[in-house]
Write a new protein. Structure first.
Length: 236
């Protein structure tokens, strides 16, 4: 594991963007595993800047997102499809038909999970998987549990996750109570994992995840078993 501590969100974002950019430069048809939330916003902004300077070309790139809220379609401004379009895809030359986000509005969510896993497998897995980490240690929406869930699946969101995400909604009551998320198998099959975390409130869970025991009660701790993981943490 490569653990890097920096002193600002800006430095974290710049370094994360450099790592992702190197993957794209070395493999023009790279498969990028992407994440949502506040942590990667600076990283995406830096990637857009690199694209605008002519340093990156995304036309052959495929992207695969971790998760989506159940019940929100891509036109909803709180959906993760909308987030990705708004904060990255519309500013770069990626083929939107090669950007994948789980569909949380289908009738058969189990079948959607199976289809999503098959799609990732057919792509050969992700070349790099970008992750954030929740205050309870979740990655994607893999919440603390008695076991690690392998496949893409529907999960009931923990109260702490709902509370943390309520800042993006008009009220806590509007936050969906379920999400569909990539499971641990696809995450762990990524050739490279990049986890970013910022804020003093993340210090304790980052220490538990990467310097404590491996346990499904701290889902991110499974990353200790990955052969190529980089963690970038800033307290600010």
């Amino acid at each position: 594991m490569n653990f890097i501590k920096v002193d600002s969100y800006e430095k974290m974002s710049n370094l994360a963007a450099d790592i992702i950019a190197d993957v794209v430069k070395n493999k023009s048809n790279a498969v990028l595993g992407l994440a949502t939330g506040s942590s990667p916003l600076g990283t995406y902004a830096r990637l857009i800047e690199k694209y605008n300077r002519g340093e990156l070309d995304f036309k052959e790139v495929t992207s695969v997102n971790l998760d989506e809220y159940v019940g929100l379609d891509g036109s909803n401004d709180q959906s993760y499809r909308y987030f990705m379009n708004k904060n990255l895809f519309q500013y770069i030359n990626i083929n939107i038909e090669k950007t994948f986000v789980p569909n949380g509005c289908v009738e058969d969510l189990d079948a959607e999970g199976e289809s999503y896993d098959k799609m990732i497998e057919d792509l050969g897995g992700t070349d790099i998987q970008l992750l954030g980490i929740g205050l309870d240690g979740h990655i994607g929406f893999n919440e603390p549990d008695e076991f690690f869930t392998k496949e893409t699946h529907v999960v009931k969101l923990d109260e702490s996750t709902i509370e943390a995400n309520s800042r993006f909604f008009q009220s806590k009551d509007e936050v969906p109570k379920q999400a569909i998320t990539m499971g641990m198998y696809s995450i762990m099959q990524a050739k490279k994992v990049l986890l970013i975390a910022n804020g003093k409130n993340k210090k304790e869970i980052v220490e538990k995840a990467f310097f404590g025991p491996i346990t499904p009660m701290v889902p991110a701790s499974i990353l200790q078993l990955h052969k190529d993981v980089t963690v970038i943490y800033s307290e600010n």
